[in-house]
Design a protein around this ligand. Structure first.
Ligand code: GDP
Length: 457
């Protein structure tokens, strides 16, 4: 059935993993990568570049009878594997979604939680197709692990009691998806994954159901997204910054997902920066070495070019001002000014309404800044200034200028207080709130405001 004539112009679909804290996103990504952070490899593994390519061959090996590789001409799946909330907050590019598909991880025992709802809102807003990974099925009392079985058969092999307990939890999740406006069912009952959300019961711990998940993702992309995967492989590279990191010997580098075209060593690139777009020249394109070699000093291998879709670390001058979530564009076959204008336009889409008086917001990426701004708008908290980056002395000074005392505050999402801001903070006439969970951060701030009001009465 497969038409291979265009195979070299189809890129790998990009997959993001979202979900509530502790529901198992990191564990699932680790299992998919076949590497366990808990095995003391944390140091090595965190050196990765934010995205992992799982070729079709590997998926096919894992999935055995579930998959017939000749049905597919997409090359595999690229997982954005920055852990937890980061994948969530870097989910945007070109005003839509960076990821083509998402996996929403839900703990079967815990069901929908605040960050599950937040993730659903983002998926709905960006129109990103998704499947639900109903994780931790192994915690069902009496669960009997069935290695190498499709999860449907594994479920049938459980005791009646275990099966009915698990089913109850699974149908609870299906009901919650329905309350959120999505029709959903266990994945083997779903005919049309565009109309219905497939729920894949699995265990990130035992690995049961993970091949099923990969199969469903592969099938979904092949059947419904193939046209969107068609790219001009030789075109000017386009990507998104996942993270800005200092790397010994290279200075500031950007972990980037390339979703279109090709980036070559020596290319001129334009990257979204804190103030102005950064125009620079690629000094090195870096990919992590194989695991066994990572322990040596040389963590990275230099490559001459990288095509979509793939993760790459880009080393170039001036990247210290780059912003996570910002666009990366190769300048090729068109004027530099046009590319700069395009990057500016894309950044301008991330709108934060600021007021004359309000709180200061800092966030780790553009996507999370936008999510914070949306959440604060809903909570009717005005924003004086909103920026990407860690908390600097200047932010403290700005927060102190707020008129109303309750607005003299900084809300920091996934950011640190810079060392040189610590002493400033001690004497500052304002409050600092930081958290890694948006709703928690806003709740803490609201509680503070309420307590202030009560104290004044
Ligand atoms: P994250 O915050 O969503 O990234 O969640 P983690 O992957 O860090 O998982 C949170 C906790 O749940 C950890 O203690 C994991 O070991 C545990 N966990 C994750 N997946 C499973 C699973 O499938 N089964 C069991 N029993 N525990 C799991």
């Amino acid at each position: 059935m497969t038409d291979h004539t265009n195979a070299d112009t189809l890129r790998t679909p990009i997959v993001a993993v979202l979900g509530h804290v502790d529901h198992g996103k990191t564990s699932l990504l680790d299992t998919i990568r076949g590497s366990a952070v808990s095995e003391g490899e944390a140091g090595a593994i965190t050196q990765h570049i934010g995205a992992t390519d799982i070729p079709l061959d590997t998926i096919s090996e894992m999935a055995g009878e579930l998959i017939d590789p000749s049905d597919f001409d997409l090359p595999g799946l690229l997982f954005i594997d920055t852990p937890g909330h980061h994948s969530f907050s870097t989910l945007r590019a070109r005003g839509g979604a960076l990821a083509d598909i998402a996996v929403l991880v839900v703990d079967v025992n815990d069901g929908f939680q605040p960050q599950t709802e937040e993730a659903i809102d983002i998926l709905r807003r960006t129109g990103t197709p998704f499947v639900v990974a109903a994780n931790k099925v192994d915690t069902t009392p009496g669960w009997n692990p069935q290695d190498g079985q499709p999860i449907q058969r594994s479920l049938e092999a459980q005791s009646e009691r275990a099966e009915s307990m698990l089913n109850e939890n699974l149908y609870e999740i299906i009901g919650q998806l329905s309350d959120a406006g999505f029709s959903a069912d266990l994945y083997w009952r779903v005919q049309d994954f565009q109309k219905n959300i497939g729920v894949v019961p699995l265990s990130a711990l035992t690995g049961e159901g993970v091949p099923d998940l990969l199969t469903v993702l592969m099938g979904l992309s092949q059947r419904f997204m193939k046209e969107e995967m068609a790219i001009d492989v030789q075109g000017a590279g386009e990507g998104t910054v996942l993270e800005v990191k200092d790397e010994r010997g290279f200075g500031a580098t950007i972990d980037t997902v390339v979703y279109d075209g090709v980036i070559r060593n020596g290319d001129t690139i334009v990257v979204g920066g804190q103030n102005e777009p950064i125009v620079t020249e690629v000094r090195a394109l870096l990919r992590p070495r194989a695991l066994e070699e990572i322990r040596t000093e040389k963590k990275f291998e230099k490559v001459a070019e990288i095509g979509a879709a793939a993760g790459v670390k880009i080393a170039a001058p001036e990247l210290d001002q780059a912003m996570a979530g910002a666009p990366v564009r190769v300048v090729r076959d068109r004027p530099l000014e046009d590319v700069i204008a395009e990057v500016k336009a894309e950044l301008a889409e991330i709108e934060v309404d600021t007021a004359e008086d309000g709180v200061v917001v800092k966030a780790d990426t553009l996507g999370s800044l936008e999510a914070m701004a949306n959440a604060l708008r809903e909570a009717e908290v005005p924003i004086l200034r909103a920026e990407v980056g860690d908390i600097a002395p200047r932010d403290i000074a700005v927060a102190e200028t707020a008129n109303q005392d309750e607005h003299k505050a900084i809300l920091g999402f996934n950011v640190d207080l810079l060392a040189n801001a610590e002493s400033e903070l001690e004497n500052a006439d304002m409050k600092l709130f930081t958290d890694e969970v948006i709703y928690q951060l806003i709740e803490d701030y609201e509680t503070y405001v309420e307590e202030r009001e009560r104290a004044q009465q």
